[in-house]
Design a protein around this ligand. Sequence first.
Ligand SMILES: *[C@@H]1O[C@H](CO)[C@@H](O)[C@H](O)[C@H]1NC(C)=O
Ligand SMILES: *[C@@H]1O[C@H](CO)[C@@H](O)[C@H](O)[C@H]1NC(C)=O
Ligand SMILES: *[C@@H]1O[C@H](CO)[C@@H](O)[C@H](O)[C@H]1NC(C)=O
Ligand SMILES: *[C@@H]1O[C@H](CO)[C@@H](O)[C@H](O)[C@H]1NC(C)=O
Ligand SMILES: *[C@@H]1O[C@H](CO)[C@@H](O)[C@H](O)[C@H]1NC(C)=O
Ligand SMILES: *[C@@H]1O[C@H](CO)[C@@H](O)[C@H](O)[C@H]1NC(C)=O
Ligand SMILES: *[C@@H]1O[C@H](CO)[C@@H](O)[C@H](O)[C@H]1NC(C)=O
Ligand SMILES: *[C@@H]1O[C@H](CO)[C@@H](O)[C@H](O)[C@H]1NC(C)=O
Ligand SMILES: *[C@@H]1O[C@H](CO)[C@@H](O)[C@H](O)[C@H]1NC(C)=O
Ligand SMILES: *[C@@H]1O[C@H](CO)[C@@H](O)[C@H](O)[C@H]1NC(C)=O
Ligand SMILES: *[C@@H]1O[C@H](CO)[C@@H](O)[C@H](O)[C@H]1NC(C)=O
Ligand SMILES: *[C@@H]1O[C@H](CO)[C@@H](O)[C@H](O)[C@H]1NC(C)=O
Length: 690
Amino acid sequence: MLFAAAAAAAAAALSLAALAGAQSSVALGNATFVAPGVFPTAAFDSYYNNATATDEQPQPVVTNILTGQPFPLALTDPNNIPVNDTADPRTFPPSPLPPSLASPLVQSAFAQIVSIANPNNTGWGNNSNCARCLAGLEVAKALALASSQSVPTLAVELCNYFKISTTCEQTYGVLALGQVLAQVLAAADVAGYDGQNICNNFVSGAPCALPPPSPLNMTGYFAKPKPANATAPAPSGERVKVLHISDFHLDARYANGAEANCTTSQCCRANNNNVHSPDQVLLPAPRFGTFTCDVPYSLGLAALQAIPAVTGAAFDFTIFTGDLVSHDPENELSQSLIEYTEASLYSLYKKYLGSGPLYAAIGNHDSYNQAEDAPLALGDQLGQANLSTQFSWNYDTLAALWEADDWISSDVAAQARAHYGAYSVARPDGLRIITLNTDLWYKANYFNYINMTKSDPSGMLRFVADELQAAEDAGERAWIIGHVLSGWDGSNPLNNPTNLFYQIVDRYSPHVVAAIFFGHTHEDQFQIFYANNATNASAASAAAVAWIAPSITPLTNLNSGFRMYEVDGKTFDILDAHTWYTNVSTFPALDNQTAVGPTFHYEYNTRQAYGTNISWPATAPLNATWWHRVTEQFEQHPALVQQFTTYQGKSSVLSPNCTSDLCVAAKICYMRSGSAPLGKLCTQGFGSVQ
Ligand SMILES: *[C@@H]1O[C@H](CO)[C@@H](O)[C@H](O)[C@H]1NC(C)=O
Ligand SMILES: *[C@@H]1O[C@H](CO)[C@@H](O)[C@H](O)[C@H]1NC(C)=O
Ligand SMILES: *[C@@H]1O[C@H](CO)[C@@H](O)[C@H](O)[C@H]1NC(C)=O
Ligand SMILES: *[C@@H]1O[C@H](CO)[C@@H](O)[C@H](O)[C@H]1NC(C)=O
Ligand SMILES: *[C@@H]1O[C@H](CO)[C@@H](O)[C@H](O)[C@H]1NC(C)=O
Ligand SMILES: *[C@@H]1O[C@H](CO)[C@@H](O)[C@H](O)[C@H]1NC(C)=O
Ligand SMILES: *[C@@H]1O[C@H](CO)[C@@H](O)[C@H](O)[C@H]1NC(C)=O
Ligand SMILES: *[C@@H]1O[C@H](CO)[C@@H](O)[C@H](O)[C@H]1NC(C)=O
Ligand SMILES: *[C@@H]1O[C@H](CO)[C@@H](O)[C@H](O)[C@H]1NC(C)=O
Ligand SMILES: *[C@@H]1O[C@H](CO)[C@@H](O)[C@H](O)[C@H]1NC(C)=O
Ligand SMILES: *[C@@H]1O[C@H](CO)[C@@H](O)[C@H](O)[C@H]1NC(C)=O
Ligand SMILES: *[C@@H]1O[C@H](CO)[C@@H](O)[C@H](O)[C@H]1NC(C)=O
């Protein structure tokens, strides 16, 4: 029966371009691709195990580019997952007292915070929960300044006392986030704006209300005023192909047959079960992956083989909007696991995605500790240089990999090492690619809670503005590539940096900024930027659009997918977009056979899916004006929002519907929100289909 299915799929594999010339002006590949049932051993030079066996996933030998040494099997062995990594350096700010002498201080801080938190004790500030939380932070800060290495002990004791987590040591201990908390407490204005944000986002019950965005003074920010003739150039008629992939989330520790219906943390892992059924697996992890798990090598290679087959390959270049690494709990992560995954996946991208460079942005999972990246000014502020260089191991690794793959020059690699792994490339064809490390505006990065009123403490946005000015001066167009989206429902990014980013995008759109790209949500979405901070969102004021790519990982409840753009080879406007997916609900049936792997299908053509009622020449780009008119269609025809919602989850059988008036209105509002403050004005609760 499976052979019959494979034959039927092959018969259906007509060239899309031949099928409907109107759908595409460039040659696409086959409409459907059935991945081989056996792992392609040519993917890597050598393996620790039998790569074509079906009872376990392949374990390739991957080499650390900085040391030249192979990563040991023990790093990814699914049957013996390393925990509590002790090899990585821990970075604490300078302080006079070693932990051995600070035990009375820790106990005193603990007692004070418990007392402050007790609502029966009056006399703390104005006695509101927020004032109590800020007072508690001040006590913790005093400890951080006296004995920074004692902060993890205090954090774990408080976590246990207030029952914040069942895994306090693994999450806040000295081998996990403890060092980060010590640094942030030492540097942040915990009694003011920084503290209010910390108490809103990180303390259970959100004792402080989210403070409003800080006033933004743009006077003198830009080197030059916006030119009067700031319009996008006319189409050239030349088309090139650009691949967009995102959120790969390779799980090299995936265990076939392990519990896919686990109750906490990362499923499909030999060390994780369902507490209600500890002895019997309820939902065995299929060999090709499942809705609750990240990507096993078998699915990863199926997708990488499908990409050239269905797109027809020959990309001018590829963009990758971040997140290579799996969603492990903090104490199963390590620098080594990040470095391993970076080396493994970039080598596979190089091998399977063919011609043209790949431009990549760091995702929040591509760091250790997860989501953390520190502003370079931290070392100066606290008087210890290694606080500024504590993430250099990662930027150095990425820059070396990208340069070795011939995707960026040594000059650009040097820039990436010095700029948080982000860089700018002026391509000879007139496109400037500017990448961002969006951990520096991600809500979950504790380091962003230092100097929060400043909007750009890392200097990342100054860099973007300067690069866009250089592009304007040179008559170039620019693409901005990042991971965590700047807007949508506003639930992921921070207010101040994305409020500033929005003003920068407005200043350089539409004449310079041709498009923006993000990932992170795992879902197929978009967001529009308007002139004048969206005070009058209309087709006339629409200035730029961000495309948010579907993920390779099915986590959570999603299908796996990717996208290819047809791009004007001179203006770099997007002319058409094609999206493919594979149906994850079919994967269990692929176990116990090796004839076929997952089938990848053409999902939709963006112009055709949303544009049929819009008068728009076939040669005109899918720019912000077009997307705004799409949202007007969505207002008039709510069924189109349901169609959007189906694609949002990559046609997953598990995606909920969006048919209520409330949901339809909320989604249209997210589509029109390019910054966190704007997204937060929308009705919340409809952002995700997971
Ligand atoms: C690897 O596993 C496959 C599938 O079980 C088997 O056919 C093959 O003989 C194995 N190869 C080796 C070298 O054991
Ligand atoms: C606060 O006082 C009430 C009444 O005396 C008591 O029941 C409660 O346990 C106290 N709460 C705490 C946290 O001490
Ligand atoms: C890892 O740390 C946790 C928390 O301290 C502890 O419970 C666990 O036993 C440790 N595991 C190993 C293998 O050391
Ligand atoms: C805004 O910044 C400019 C230039 O730095 C400064 O001259 C002006 O006083 C600032 N305005 C406000 C309201 O702070
Ligand atoms: C705007 O005008 C300047 C100066 O004349 C010119 O160099 C530039 O190419 C024009 N830009 C556009 C987008 O027309
Ligand atoms: C998953 O586990 C939950 C209990 O944690 C159970 O209610 C549910 O039926 C299970 N689902 C499957 C598909 O096994
Ligand atoms: C398309 O499918 C045909 C028939 O299966 C195959 O021969 C051809 O190589 C495929 N094309 C691509 C680009 O994979
Ligand atoms: C925070 O702001 C102060 C005052 O401007 C500055 O000295 C310090 O370097 C800043 N620190 C960080 C981490 O941005
Ligand atoms: C989008 O393209 C149309 C058609 O070429 C053009 O009229 C419009 O000004 C463009 N919008 C933007 C924001 O560049
Ligand atoms: C695959 O084979 C195993 C072992 O025979 C069996 O338990 C399992 O149900 C089979 N899975 C499917 C999807 O047929
Ligand atoms: C969504 O609506 C479709 C069509 O009305 C229906 O078949 C499907 O079951 C619904 N899905 C959910 C999750 O409610
Ligand atoms: C843009 O609008 C948002 C939402 O009203 C607001 O919070 C923010 O301060 C505005 N930004 C500017 C620069 O006016």
